[in-house]
Design a protein around this ligand. Structure first.
Ligand code: ACO
Length: 427
């Protein structure tokens, strides 16, 4: 028998609401008939108890520390797969055959070059512009350069826009870095893998030969995989909401990038490195931790809205972090030693244990990115690059659903009641 929840209240009785079950995770109460039956809405700031959509892409169980992309545990993907294969999985729902993988890789790799006019577009930015400010602007501007794939009612247009975003976002990300540094832009190299090509576009200079280090390429590829999707977080929900109005994919992804920029979301790994700089030395850690416990500030890179157990991505990233520090001989670098000391203290401190605050993926990814020579101002850009596939998969899921409605939350109004206008001379 179908499950229901029955509501009784003042002015209404026996309002039955269906209970829906997914393939995994908690049941949800379908409240679509709530307003009609009770005359009331629900109040859920921060959407902590609200499922905003149905999705088949990613599953998270925060209590158990599980993360699955299309049913595959993140640990298995991180060990056996690579970023572009994960992209295919997120977009199409299945792992590719060898032939599909080769074709998909070829399409993405061969479309990394940008319309040359975008180079001039960059020159409009101040040299000291934050790379995320340029990312929001340039990714949004893609809709002005690639106008032949904007009819989102056509699956083929959506697919072309998806390829373009996957291919071109790394090129834009590297250009944001090069522009800020005053370095010449590097054209993509089609003989390299997706991630090695990104490292080439970031670090190669005309005066030297650059061959990406495979250990570091693998580490960055893993960061991309771990950040590829995370169900209905703030930026993904923003992309879906923007998409629900029929906005074009480039504009929707720009909205996601804007949301990711905040320090409580994608800005967290940047905040971790700033925090390490502020602490400065291992000897200051106890004093810093006292301030955290007195709630003067937060320990950045710790805690998560959904994971109340160890973030599964953090476990994998910690291993990658050790590999990278070893490869680069940075195990005794003061900054990284300080980070490891913070991690050790927090994992054993009752304050953090009782509140179930564990290191999140950003704690370790910040350290890895810093060790790779990527400046702090680029951290959120790297996150945006990796998350583009998640955003676009969710956008596509929403755009393909013929029954989807425009997103329109309600509110609890607590402002002034009706009042009459007072002319300025009488105020
Ligand atoms: N340091 C110290 N105390 C913390 C921290 C932290 N990083 N995070 C949460 N707390 C405490 C809060 O003070 C609160 O204590 P209280 O119950 O005594 O009032 C309790 O833990 C619960 O905190 P909330 O803010 O209610 O938890 P919420 O789930 O809303 O917040 C968030 C999650 C925003 C990620 C939070 O843990 C935080 O600010 N962390 C630091 C920023 C960070 O690392 N963000 C990355 C998120 S991951 C991502 O975007 C990929």
């Amino acid at each position: 028998m179908a499950k229901t929840v029955t509501l009784q209240g003042e002015g209404f009785e026996n309002v039955e609401l269906p209970v829906l079950s997914g393939t995994l995770g908690q049941d949800v109460i379908d409240i679509r008939a709530l307003s009609k039956g009770t005359g009331m809405f629900t109040f859920d700031p921060g959407f902590v108890s609200t499922a905003s959509c149905e999705s088949k892409i990613t599953f998270i169980d925060g209590e158990k520390g599980l993360l699955y992309y299309r049913g595959y545990p993140i640990e298995q993907l991180a060990e056996h797969s690579d970023y572009l294969e994960v992209c295919y999985l997120l977009i199409y729902g299945e792992l590719p055959t060898a032939e599909q993988k080769a074709e998909f890789t070829k399409i993405v790799v061969e479309h990394t070059i940008l319309h040359e006019q975008i180079t001039s577009f960059f020159k409009g930015f101040r040299r000291d512009a934050h790379p995320m400010a340029m990312m929001v602007g340039v990714v949004g501007a893609l809709s002005a350069f690639y106008q032949d794939s904007l009819d989102i009612s056509q699956p083929r247009h959506r697919e072309i826009a998806i390829f373009r975003l996957l291919s071109k976002v790394p090129t834009i990300a590297a250009m944001c870095y090069r522009y800020e540094k005053g370095l010449p832009f590097n054209y993509p190299r089609n003989d390299l893998s997706y991630t090695a090509n990104f490292m080439h576009m970031m670090f190669s200079v005309p005066s030297e030969n650059y061959e990406p280090n495979p250990v570091l390429v693998r580490a960055l590829d893993r960061i991309f995989m771990l950040h590829a999707d995370h169900e209905q977080n703030a930026s993904t929900s923003t992309v879906r909401l923007a998409g629900s109005s029929g906005a074009n994919p480039f504009a929707c992804i720009a909205a996601g990038i804007a949301t990711l920029w905040g320090p409580l979301h994608g800005g967290a790994n940047e905040a971790v490195l700033k925090m390490l700089d502020e602490i400065g030395d291992v000897s200051k850690v106890p004093e810093f931790m006292e301030g955290v416990k007195a709630k003067k500030y937060r320990l950045m890179g710790f805690g998560h809205r959904v994971y109340k157990n160890m973030d599964p991505r953090a476990k994998i990233m910690k291993q990658t972090c050790d590999e990278v520090l070893r490869e680069l001989g940075l195990e005794n670098d003061p900054k990284f030693k300080l980070a490891m000391e913070l991690e050790k203290i927090a994992l054993n401190d009752p304050y953090f244990i009782e509140k179930k605050l564990y290191p999140n993926v950003d704690f370790y990814s910040g350290i890895v990115l810093s060790a790779l020579g990527i400046p702090v101002s680029m951290f959120t850009v790297i996150f945006a690059l990796a998350r583009t596939v998640g955003w676009i998969s969710h956008w596509n899921e929403g755009a393909s659903d013929a029954s989807a409605k425009i997103g329109r939350p309600r509110q609890l109004y607590t402002g002034e009641s009706r009042r009459d206008f007072v002319p300025v001379e009488k105020r």
